[in-house]
Design a protein around this ligand. Structure first.
Ligand code: SF4
Length: 567
């Protein structure tokens, strides 16, 4: 797109990028703090890429209510949407045929008193609270580019609309406006486009460890009434994850005989055939799940990456004219599989920094850095410290000999145990992590058993679904006649190197069948990449897991993407 195109310019005091729990909590808290201090609330705008607020929100989800209590103390009276308060929780170890119940629920999986929620519904409710405070929310506004003046963030550019698949302007072309703000709060969720641009331009903001991720696949099922247990929360580990692949599952009962089930697969898997969608489908073949789902039907499907790295993977929370909140700043407790409460808290901490900046009319890094002090004094920091070395210890599993099977996980388990008794330290002061894709092995390094993972489940499309059928339950829709929003920098690598070296893992790690290798029209015996961008469910896995790091997830036209209602 020609950079000389004329764009409308909007000006605002505070711009929140992403309409999620962190940004909405931040905007709500900022208005409340201004009222408490008797200062005029700034002009605020929340922009969101989804067509409606909440439609791109997906989480398990069991929420610790601590932060919502602080944000809206009478949240229950105000109709906060939740399904059940958790009354029973359990932890199971899965083998292929058996489910072995732990006699005690490990503290990481203890959930009594927490709330089973739909994040999509919670975000819609937060948006109502924000609108009651006269905060403007613009859905269908994807921020495609972060705008800088030197190293200072000054705003964002919204994605253009009306460009055809060959890059030509259609009659309905609309240039995305620039939104200029005194301060930009980035809360785009995990692996946000603007956050990525910020961290590429200012690598000094990176934490001591790189961010590491897992992909969570979620399905909602309507089950027979006798299989529905209100207030029940179950977590599992073990099968069907491979012994050296980080993974586990959840089962949460929702209202109306619905159950949220999900499987999480680490993107630091060594096997290029590791397939988060296939793991989810295999999981449903376990006798425990077959019994739960027997006679039921699938209602929804979706996927999203989870920032698992914890405290040492958090970037600095501020720079000139910008604050980072929520999953964009790794506010997620990967050990407990919980991030909503931390996202809310991070937004509230950002609001405290913004009030100080407003009072000084100074949004420099020097003023905004107060957010780090507030964070370090908060319960969110203490919680993050308690699991600071959780995920990084998984790399030791990769180094254990294959013949040990599930015994390969012993050093990881030992670190989890040691962390409980050492306030989160575990076996080392700081376990160094590496980027997820660096763990992927070449096909030539795989054992026959590992190569066999290429074979997928025989999907019956009743209980287990191929990717295209599953995507139909995600409600994903994209204008077909637009440039791909999956930018592959060099497709010759896919054809000439990746097929041989890694077997084109994009076909496996993408849960929506976006990437397909088809016969090459000019090179006999070679394949070329075909991108079905319209299937994309915006999980961001490809942007992270590609071994050559040549895939960039960019924003499609505003409003395009999945429909995560209920999720
Ligand atoms: Fe996820 Fe990328 Fe596939 Fe879209 S194309 S569904 S972001 S892996």
């Amino acid at each position: 797109m020609d950079d000389t195109v004329e764009r409308e310019r909007l000006e605002i005091d505070i711009l929140f990028v992403g309409g999620g729990p962190a940004t909405l909590a931040s905007a709500i808290r900022l208005v409340d703090l201004c009222k408490e201090k008797g200062i005029e609330a700034p002009a605020m705008l929340v922009i969101e890429k989804g067509p409606e607020i909440g439609e791109h929100q997906l989480s398990g989800a069991v929420m610790n209510p601590r932060a919502i209590h602080e944000l809206v103390p009478n949240f229950k009276e105000k109709g906060f949407p939740f399904h059940y308060e958790v009354t029973k929780d359990s932890f199971l170890w899965f083998t292929r045929k058996r489910a072995i119940r732990s006699p005690i629920t490990p503290p990481q999986f203890s959930n009594r008193g927490n709330l089973v929620i739909s994040l999509s519904d919670v975000v819609k409710w937060l948006a109502q609270q924000a609108e009651e405070r006269q905060i403007e929310i613009y859905p269908g506004f994807p921020a495609s580019k972060l705008l800088f003046e030197g190293e200072r963030v000054i705003g964002v550019q919204i994605q253009d609309r009306g460009i055809d698949k060959d890059g030509k302007l259609k009659r309905v072309f609309e240039a995305g406006p620039e939104i200029i703000a005194k301060c930009v709060v980035l809360g785009e969720g995990p692996r946000g486009s603007c956050t990525k641009q910020l961290l590429e331009k200012l690598p000094q903001l990176d934490g001591p460890n790189p961010q590491v991720y897992a992909t969570g696949i979620k399905e909602i099922w309507k089950v027979k009434p006798e299989n529905h247990v209100p207030g029940r929360v179950i977590h599992t580990m073990g099968w069907p994850a491979a012994p050296d692949t980080f993974g586990g599952s959840w089962i949460y009962d929702m209202k109306d005989n619905m159950v949220s089930i999900g499987f999480v697969t680490g993107l630091d898997a060594t096997n290029p055939y590791s397939d988060p969608h296939d793991n989810m489908q295999r999981f449903k073949l376990h006798p425990f799940l077959r019994k739960l789902l027997e006679g039921g039907e699938i209602v929804r499907y979706g996927a999203k990456v989870i920032p698992e790295g914890g405290l040492f993977s958090q970037p600095r929370l501020y720079a000139e004219g910008v604050l980072l909140v929520g999953d964009s700043a790794a506010f997620c407790n990967g050990e407990k599989l919980k991030g909503v409460h931390m996202a809310l808290k991070s937004g509230m901490l950002a609001a405290e920094a913004l009030v100080e900046a407003l009072q000084r009319d100074d949004f420099s890094a020097e003023t905004l850095k107060v957010v780090e002090e507030r964070y370090r004094a908060s319960w969110a920091y203490k919680e993050h410290r308690k699991s600071r070395n959780f995920h990084a210890a998984w790399k030791w599993v990769h180094k254990m000999p294959r013949y040990l099977g599930w015994g390969r996980q012993l050093p990881f388990m030992a670190n989890v145990g040691a962390s409980i008794f050492s306030g989160g330290r575990g076996l080392q002061k700081m376990i160094k992590a590496e980027k997820d894709h660096t763990h992927m092995k070449k096909l030539s390094e795989l054992s026959p058993a590992e190569l066999a993972l290429k074979e997928k489940v025989a999907y019956d499309n009743k209980y287990t679904f191929d990717k295209v059928t599953a995507v139909s339950y995600a409600g994903s829709r994209h204008e077909v006649d637009q440039p791909h929003h999956l930018k592959v920098a060099d497709t010759d690598i896919c054809t000439d190197r990746c097929t041989e070296e890694y077997g084109n893992p994009c076909q496996h790690f993408c849960p929506a069948d976006v990437y397909e290798m088809i016969d090459h029209p000019e090179k006999p015996d070679k394949k070329q990449l075909l991108i079905h961008h319209e299937n994309c469910v915006h999980c961001k896995t490809c942007d992270i897991a590609d071994p050559y790091q040549i895939i960039t997830w960019a924003t499609p036209e505003g409003g395009d993407g999945p429909d995560y209602t209920l999720m």
